[in-house]
Design a protein around this ligand. Structure first.
Ligand code: TYD
Length: 233
């Protein structure tokens, strides 16, 4: 269990962004971060797998496909190990300093990607989550949703310049199952999750996100803006 980040000490807000490949999370996180910073709120943006030197070392192993042959349980363990280090060294300290932490993928990606792989025992993932993320539960999870056809098209466009990682190479049915898994998580945890339609212009999508964040975390945003820029991040 992670000791340093007891919720009593926690002063910041933890917002995770989830969704299929090509849903535009990275761009939208940068936009929200700018909006919060203009209000004087300290913001830390980070991503998974990775986000800390230890987790970045694991990132290469999982995304290159080097761990694929070891089985989905081992892949899930590697994502969880990366997450544990990321929480301990980056996320929990930033929350304790009062920052808003915006994280590109978190535990729902393990649920949707590893969890939708055939044969993986749900209880195994639950135990992993309990052991690694109990002290860093998201205050809000923004799930960017888009039709799988569009997601695949965006990935194909991107792959002209960037090579596809191990998960992007999967076919339509696998991507569709992941999309459904994210929507099922949102339906099961409506207090934590909000689904945002990720089609339209960048401004359309960022407007939807901003409105949803204000509805869910407006009080925390006002409080953090009043607290000013004293926290160093
Ligand atoms: P990344 O290059 O960060 O892509 P993206 O911009 O889509 O987030 O690759 C992350 C890949 O790793 C992505 O295909 C999802 C997958 N992934 C998992 O399978 N499980 C996890 O727990 C996480 C965090 C990511």
């Amino acid at each position: 269990m992670i000791g340093q980040a007891s919720s009593a000490l926690r002063r910041g807000c933890f917002i995770t962004f989830e969704g299929p490949d090509g849903s535009g999370k990275t761009t939208q996180i940068a936009r929200l971060a700018e909006r919060l910073k203009t209000r004087g709120i300290p913001v830390v943006t980070t991503r998974e797998p990775g986000g800390s030197p230890g987790a970045d070392a694991i990132r290469h192993i999982v995304l290159s496909g080097a761990a694929e042959g070891l089985g989905v349980e081992t892949e899930a363990l590697l994502f969880a190990a990366a997450r544990y280090d990321h929480i301990r060294t980056v996320i929990a300290p930033a929350l304790e300093r009062g920052a808003f932490v915006l994280c590109d993928r978190f535990l729902d990606s393990t649920r949707a990607y590893q969890g939708s792989a055939p044969g993986l025992d749900r209880a195994f993932l639950e135990e992993l989550e309990a052991a690694t993320t109990a002290e860093a539960q998201p205050d809000l999870t923004v799930i960017l949703d888009l039709p799988t056809e569009i997601s695949l098209r965006r990935m194909a466009e991107r792959s002209r310049t960037d090579s596809k990682d191990r998960f992007e190479k999967d076919g339509f049915a696998v991507h569709e199952a992941r999309r459904e898994a994210f929507l099922a998580i949102a339906a099961a945890e409506p207090d934590r999750c909000v689904v945002i339609e990720a089609v339209g212009t960048l401004d359309d999508v960022s407007g939807r996100i901003e409105r949803a964040v204000l509805v869910r975390l407006g009080d925390e945003i006002d409080r953090a803006a009043r607290a000013g820029t004293e926290a160093t991040v």
